[in-house]
Design a protein around this ligand. Structure first.
Ligand SMILES: NC(=O)c1ccc[n+]([C@@H]2O[C@H](COP(=O)([O-])OP(=O)(O)OC[C@H]3O[C@@H](n4cnc5c(N)ncnc54)[C@H](OP(=O)(O)O)[C@@H]3O)[C@@H](O)[C@H]2O)c1
Length: 316
């Protein structure tokens, strides 16, 4: 049998990379093997991947030398950065650059960069519809990812730029789930009016990435976008009401109100939702659920995601 193509997976113990690692490991005859990158090879998550057949290696995206070692001899790499660990777009850009350079040095044949839009191409810094944040960003956790696209392409890497979508898992882990208002009723709160929000089960991002690797050179040099479904706040609230068997309303606040909530990152997320609202046709058009399903036939709809995860949504 031909030797397996090794995919070095950044964030393999997390959501996106973990989804890819598990997709490869579940398909032993698929021709691919996992090299899972982690800062801590002794963690429970790392050990679980090793038990399932992954090669687990120590690497830190802040340490270029560790990335060079981790990418050496691989066929491909899945590259993702971890904005919410440090809240620094500059750091994110430096980490993406280190991964791109390590990929170049290793002569990888296929790199997937998990990216988002550089929103400043739609909303220049002098456009005051939303505040400029940290001096030179509109949506800090998007902008540096989009800026890094060019780092990957300008090095001449065989790269697929993968535009991801809002994780529905944010309703479990990211404090975005339904909350009880003063009337005691549950409400989902965000500033998208009646516009559709492309969403996805986080695990499906990695499964789609696996679909991209499996299709060989087809998506090299391309930017592709994925989502599980595009749904309005009212549609998500209605689906949640049904799944949870209690009323959940959609509370459509304004972007200004959202930014003023004041939790860490509220201004960044307020701008993000406003970008998705104001450029909704572009934003949804760039993330095609039918395409995502062609990469990953197991792609979950929101109803299917809720059926699996409803008991994990904290109802505060
Ligand atoms: N939430 C959303 O809706 C959404 C949507 C689209 C995109 N995103 C983006 O997704 C990215 C995060 O991806 P994720 O959700 O897959 O991450 P995650 O689940 O939070 O964690 C990923 C893993 O990253 C690893 N990690 C953290 N810092 C590291 C470092 N310095 N070097 C190497 N590994 C490191 C950790 O592994 P170890 O501890 O094992 O090292 C962790 O298990 C963010 O940049 C975010 O902006 C989020």
């Amino acid at each position: 049998m031909a030797e397996k193509k090794v995919i070095a997976v950044a964030g393999a113990t997390g959501a996106q990379g973990g989804g890819l690692a598990r997709a490869i490991l579940r398909d032993p005859s698929g021709g691919f093997a996992v090299r899972a990158l982690t800062r801590d090879t002794s963690s429970e998550e790392a050990k679980a991947l090793a038990r399932q057949g992954a090669e687990v290696v120590a690497a830190d995206v802040d340490d270029p030398e560790s990335l060079r070692k981790a990418f050496a001899g691989a066929y491909g790499a899945f590259c993702v950065t971890f904005y919410w660990v440090h809240f620094s777009p500059e750091k994110e850009l430096a980490q993406a650059t280190s991964m791109a350079q390590a990929a170049k040095q290793a002569g990888l044949q296929h790199v997937i960069w998990s990216t988002l839009e550089n929103t400043r191409q739609w909303v220049p810094l002098d456009d005051n519809r939303m505040p400029t944040l940290m001096g030179k960003y509109k949506v800090p956790h998007f902008d540096a990812k989009g800026e890094a696209d060019q780092v990957f392409t300008s090095l001449g890497l065989p790269v697929t730029l993968l535009l991801t979508s809002f994780y529905w898992d944010n309703f479990i882990y990211f404090g975005m789930g339904p909350k009880k208002g003063p009337d005691g009723k549950l409400a989902l709160t965000f500033p998208m009016d009646d516009k559709k929000l492309p969403g996805i089960a986080a695990e499906d991002i990695g499964k789609c990435a696996y679909g991209i690797f499996k299709r060989g050179s087809e998506f090299i040099g391309k930017k592709v976008g994925i989502a599980g479904e595009h749904l309005t706040g009212a549609e998500m609230a209605a689906a949640m009401s049904k799944a949870l068997d209690q009323e959940v309303r959609y509370n459509a606040v304004t972007p200004d109100q959202y930014r003023a909530f004041g939790f860490p990152g509220a201004d960044d997320l307020g701008n993000m939702f406003q970008f998705k609202r104001d450029f909704n046709e572009y934003f949804c058009g760039a993330r095609n659920p039918a395409f995502a399903r062609s990469l990953n036939p197991e792609l979950l709809t929101f109803d299917a995601w809720l059926a699996k995860n409803k008991s994990r949504i904290p109802l505060e």
